[in-house]
Design a protein around this ligand. Structure first.
Ligand code: ARG
Length: 646
């Protein structure tokens, strides 16, 4: 028989799911040697552990007995005395129960349920070790397993180091247009996705693919030239866009209005239209004046985008559509050389891909390049120059077909290989107002993002002040604003992140700022409450958790005696698996679910167990701290600032 799977070493792999699976695999191997290999797919697949749905029956279960019984029956190799899947399950349970703690540090109390499920508890000693590790490291144990390239394995050691590179294309607003709630979603989700990938050791390129190129610039340049005549001659031609000369930076407070006016003139005046079209040609040919005005437009927009990014702690590097302009001809040549271009009647150059009636248009009939051309040059650049193995694009769902075609064309021409590269488009749903319609202000205008964010903060400020007048605040007046920012921005982000991004959602300040329920506000309060217990432990009882954490380490100090303590420690152990779950589909809501469940377990613990002044005080304070540490790690991955006191 093939060799048994190697013993599981939980010191290098914090996944509880894999730890439990390894125990079940070892138990099955001991009964039917070779059974795991026989099942194919390694121990993970054949003896996979699942979290029990009903926690009264157990923590983890193995459902392998049923299919294994069938296989053994078919091959006539059932062990003696086994007449049913239940019999087999009972043997597996006995094997789990019979292992020493060294062989099986993870599972205990095996029992058989239903048609052959083996149900187990996680050993308290294993849970205690987990909490001790968090306390020792000051952080939850980081999963290193990366789920990429469509497979479940880390990059092979023979591959080049650039295998680590992931490009995340997010935020990506358009120059001279207002950044809207759709871009806000992309920005919030993208920032979190980047943080998660960085956390597991990926080299993440955060790319802001701003719409800074295209035919609309012809009219915008002309309009700017006519309405702000000093700009182009303002002397600020150092190209730095630093706006230091005053006249170099027009004061366009409302870009949407500016865009609308330019468009109106374009539609109404044939002369204006003609000269606008000429500007496009000039700009693309590198005309200096046009470029200078174009840069001014970019700078004005950039200032607006920055306001949002600064408020939300977003870091993203601009590499807009214009960057790819000179890379497009070579890409078209490449498609041409491979005979993949179809020329349409008007002369447009198109690429057809499987499963799509509409083609990608690499060059328009007038010779110009569009959105498709740019994205093909961009994907080429990211794969070839940045050497990315994984590309992520985050836009609203209406662009799903566009990215399907881009991915298919990249595959067809051979830039992308199945099993090596991974391409993801996260297409999120729309944001609706409370009336169920498109999100707008009361007067029907589109909502400026800066105003939207300010509103969340100012509502939070009033709620914190109200708390202060009721004498419940732990913060002083000069901390109110900063705390309100953390909570208000956190609330907006969490409200978006906590759901499956593909769903639409209704924007509601009341719901996102609710102190109860699955909101950032609830979580931030829960976290601050744990830290306030730790603070009181020191002030009133002289137990200094920081000193304990900095102490000798090693020695286990956590003792789990009460049911709710054990439950909290079990939830802490789910951390690594929740990160891995997130890496599969890149939906941060898995982390939201995790931190929400964790905080519910924590609040049960602090209501059911006396911490301050109890005989178990030391251990319980450490448990509070370990929970707070893990919550902070989650907040950080979601891009939410935490506060220690509220
Ligand atoms: N600027 C586009 C928009 O506002 C999003 C760009 C997304 N990224 C890309 N590579 N196409 O819809």
């Amino acid at each position: 028989p093939p060799p048994p799977p190697p013993p599981f070493d939980s010191s290098d792999d914090p996944s509880l799911l894999r730890a439990a699976s390894a125990v079940f695999a070892a138990a099955i191997e001991s009964i039917v040697p070779g059974a795991i290999a026989l099942g194919g797919g390694g121990s993970d697949a054949a003896a996979r552990a699942f979290r029990c749905k009903d926690v009264r029956h157990g923590d983890y279960q193995c459902n392998a007995a049923m299919s294994l019984f069938k296989r053994l029956e078919a091959s006539g190799s059932l062990p003696p005395g086994v007449d049913s899947p239940q019999d087999l399950a009972r043997l597996v349970a006995d094997a789990v129960g019979g292992m020493t703690e060294k062989e099986n540090p993870v599972l205990c109390e095996p029992s058989v349920n239903g048609p052959g499920f083996v149900m187990c508890r996680v050993r308290s000693s294993f849970l205690e070790d987990g909490v001790n590790d968090i306390v020792r490291d000051g952080a939850p144990t980081r999963p290193r397993r990366y789920v990429g390239g469509g497979t479940d394995s880390p990059p092979s050691s023979s591959s080049s180091p650039s295998d680590n590179v992931v490009v995340v294309d997010f935020s990506s607003p358009n120059i001279a247009k207002e950044m809207h709630v759709g871009h806000l979603r992309s920005t919030i989700i993208g920032e979190s996705v980047c943080r998660i990938l960085e956390y597991v050791g990926m080299d993440v390129r955060r790319v802001n693919h701003v719409g800074d190129w295209g035919t609309q610039f012809g009219m915008l340049i002309q309009y700017l030239k006519e309405e702000y005549p000093d700009v182009s001659y303002g002397g600020n031609d150092d190209g730095e866009g630093d706006g230091d000369k005053g006249s170099g930076m027009p004061n366009i407070t409302d870009l949407t209005e500016f865009y609308k006016n330019a468009k109106r003139r374009f539609d109404e005046s044939p002369d204006f239209k003609k000269i606008s079209q000429l500007n496009v040609v000039r700009l693309q040919a590198g005309d200096e004046e046009c470029l200078r005005i174009w840069k001014v437009l970019c700078d004005v927009s950039r200032l607006e985008f920055e306001k949002v990014y600064r408020r939300l702690d977003i870091s993203v590097e601009e590499c807009g559509e214009s960057f790819y302009n000179d890379k497009i001809p070579a890409v078209i040549d490449e498609f041409e050389m491979r005979g993949m271009i179809s020329v349409e009647d008007g002369g447009a150059k198109c690429v057809f891909v499987p499963h799509s009636k509409v083609p990608l248009m690499l060059q328009k009939s007038d010779g110009g390049y569009g959105y498709d051309s740019t994205d093909m040059a961009a994907i080429r650049y990211r794969l070839d120059v940045l050497r990315a193995r994984h590309l992520v694009y985050i836009t609203d769902f209406t662009q799903a077909d566009h990215f399907k075609m881009v991915f298919a064309a990249a595959k067809k021409i051979g830039w992308v290989t199945d099993g090596v590269h991974r391409l993801d488009h996260i297409g999120f749903g729309t944001v609706q107002g409370e009336d169920g319609k498109r999100f707008k202000t009361r007067s029907g205008d589109t909502v400026r993002l800066v105003d939207l964010l300010d509103e969340a903060v100012s509502r939070m400020e009033s709620s914190l002040r109200e708390r202060a007048t009721e004498g419940r605040a732990n913060i002083s007046e000069d901390e109110v604003h900063e705390t309100a920012c953390a909570m208000g921005y956190g609330a907006v982000k969490y409200f978006d992140l906590r759901r499956n991004p593909t769903s639409n959602y209704v924007f509601s300040y009341d719901r996102m700022l609710d102190t109860k329920g699955n909101t950032a506000i609830y979580l931030l309060y829960a976290h601050a409450r744990l830290e306030s217990i730790v603070t009181k432990g020191k002030a009133d009882h002289g137990i200094d958790v920081d000193a304990m954490m900095a102490g000798d380490g090693g020695k286990p100090r956590i003792v789990l005696s009460h049911k709710s303590e054990r439950n909290l420690a079990l939830h802490l152990r789910f951390f690594a698996d929740s990160i891995e779950e997130t890496l599969k589909d890149l939906f941060p809501y898995h982390i939201c679910d995790f931190v929400y469940d964790l905080s519910i377990a924590a609040s049960e613990f602090v209501t059911q167990c006396k911490v301050l002044g109890s005989p178990e005080m030391e251990s319980r304070l450490l448990l509070c701290r370990a929970t707070a540490i893990t919550m902070r790690q989650c907040f950080d991955l979601l891009g939410i600032r935490h506060v220690m006191r509220i």
